[in-house]
Write a protein that binds this ligand. Structure first.
Ligand code: SF4
Length: 350
C-alpha cells in the first residue's frame, strides 16, 4: 500500500508543479516560446486553445531533463576551462508589433576559448549525428535576442551518460524562419483556425503518435473517406536507383490502371503513394492521369523523408489504424514485406 501511495505522491507533486508553472506562465496569444517552435505548429495551436496537463510519464521525463540541466550547470561552474555567467536567463525577442518570443537560456558562458557563448542542454535517449532543427531554431532565437554569435547544443545521453556537442553560429536566415513560424501560428490563433497537419504531412509520424491532441487533429483521416473504409494502396517508384529508367514510373501505368480499376470495382478506396516529393511527383500524377488510373488519394513522399520504402510502410501502418488496408502493391519487394502486419494481401508489381 505504501508503495502505491509513494508513486501517486510523486505523480501528484509533478502535476501540482506543472499547474503552478502553467498558472504563472499562462499562454496568451502574441507570446510564444522558442522551445516548441520547431515542432508541429498545429499542436502548438491546440496548446493555446485547449491546454491540457501532460501525462505523468511526460512530466517525469521533463523532471529528468531538468535534473540534467542542473548537473551540467553545476559541472561547468566547477570547471576551470569555462566561466559560467548566468543560468536560466530569461530572454525576449520581438517578432512583430503583435508577437514576441520568450524563453530561458540554459547557460550563458562568459568565456569558452576566449568567446562568450550560449549553451542549450538537451537530454536524449539516443545521441544525434546532427542537431535537431527545432533545437537549432531555439538556440538561434536566443543568439539573436542576446546579440551573441556563438551557440552550443550539448546532448546528454540519459542511458549512457555520453555527451555530444554541436556548434551553431548566429545566422540571420534562422531568424527569418523563426519569424515566419511565429507569424503563421499567430495568424491562425487570431483566426481561430488550426494550421495544417504539419508533423503528419512532413512524415514525422512519431510526433503524432506522442501528440496529446491526436484525437482532435485526426491526422490519419483521408479527406472524404469515412473511417473504416477498405483501402487498396499502390506504391509507385520513379527513381533511377530502383532500376527504373529516367522519366519512367513503376508499376507500368497501364498495369496499375487495370489493378486500380479492379480494386474500385470491389469497392476499395484507391490510394497511390509516390516516392517523389512535390513538385517532382507531378510527373507521376501525369503518368497516372495519362493511363486513366482511377485513384482517390495521392501521397507524394514528404520532403524530409529519406527512405521511401520505410515511409510507405510507416504510412500504411498509420492508415491501418483508421481503415482496413485490403491490399498493398509496390515494385519494391521490401516495401511489400514491411507492410505485412497491416495488410490482408501484398503484391510486388513491377
Ligand atoms: S496529431 Fe500530428 S499533425 Fe496533428 S497536431 Fe499532433 S503532431 Fe500535429
Amino acid at each position: 500500500m505504501e508503495e502505491q501511495i509513494l508513486k501517486e505522491a510523486v505523480r501528484d507533486g509533478l502535476l501540482a508543479a506543472w499547474r503552478e508553472d502553467n498558472r504563472v506562465h499562462r499562454r496568451r496569444i502574441g507570446q510564444y516560446y522558442p522551445s516548441g517552435l520547431g515542432s508541429c505548429l498545429r499542436r502548438q495551436y491546440y496548446e493555446y486553445v485547449d491546454p491540457r496537463p501532460p501525462e505523468p510519464e511526460t512530466l517525469a521525463v521533463f523532471a529528468t531533463g531538468k535534473g540534467i540541466h542542473e548537473a551540467v550547470a553545476d559541472a561547468l561552474s566547477n570547471s576551470s576551462s569555462v566561466k559560467v555567467e548566468r543560468v536560466e536567463l530569461p530572454v525576449k525577442l520581438k517578432i512583430s508589433e503583435e508577437a514576441s518570443l520568450s524563453g530561458r537560456v540554459d547557460i550563458l558562458l562568459a568565456e569558452i576559448a576566449g568567446k562568450k557563448a550560449i549553451v542549450e542542454v538537451k537530454s536524449t535517449s539516443t545521441l544525434p549525428s546532427e542537431p535537431h532543427l527545432g533545437h537549432v531554431m531555439q538556440l538561434q532565437t536566443y543568439l539573436h535576442a542576446l546579440d551573441l554569435d556563438l551557440g552550443l547544443i550539448l546532448y546528454w545521453d540519459k542511458k549512457t551518460g555520453e555527451l555530444e556537442c554541436f556548434r551553431s553560429l548566429r545566422d540571420v536566415s534562422w531568424l527569418q524562419e523563426v519569424g515566419e513560424r511565429v507569424v503563421i501560428l499567430h495568424e491562425h490563433l487570431k483566426a481561430g483556425r488550426p494550421p495544417r497537419k504539419e508533423a503528419y504531412e512532413e512524415g514525422r509520424y512519431w510526433q503524432c503518435d506522442l501528440c496529446p491532441y491526436k484525437t482532435t487533429c485526426d491526422p490519419y483521416s483521408l479527406p472524404g473517406v469515412p473511417a473504416g473504409s477498405r483501402l487498396a494502396v499502390f506504391g509507385t517508384v520513379a527513381e533511377q536507383q530502383e532500376g527504373v529508367p529516367p522519366g519512367e514510373v513503376r508499376p507500368e501505368p497501364g498495369a496499375l490502371a487495370r489493378k486500380a480499376g479492379q480494386a474500385k470495382l470491389e469497392g476499395d478506396v484507391v490510394v497511390v503513394l509516390s516516392d517523389l516529393q512535390a513538385p517532382q511527383s507531378d510527373r507521376v500524377m501525369s503518368a497516372l492521369n495519362g493511363a486513366n488510373v482511377q485513384f482517390d488519394v495521392f501521397f507524394p513522399k514528404p520532403r524530409a523523408v529519406r527512405s521511401a520504402v520505410y515511409w510507405k510502410a510507416e504510412l500504411v501502418r498509420r492508415l491501418s489504424e483508421k481503415h482496413k488496408v485490403r491490399s498493398f502493391a509496390d515494385p519494391v519487394a521490401r516495401a511489400a514485406e514491411l507492410v505485412a502486419p497491416y495488410t490482408e494481401r501484398r503484391e510486388v508489381l513491377g
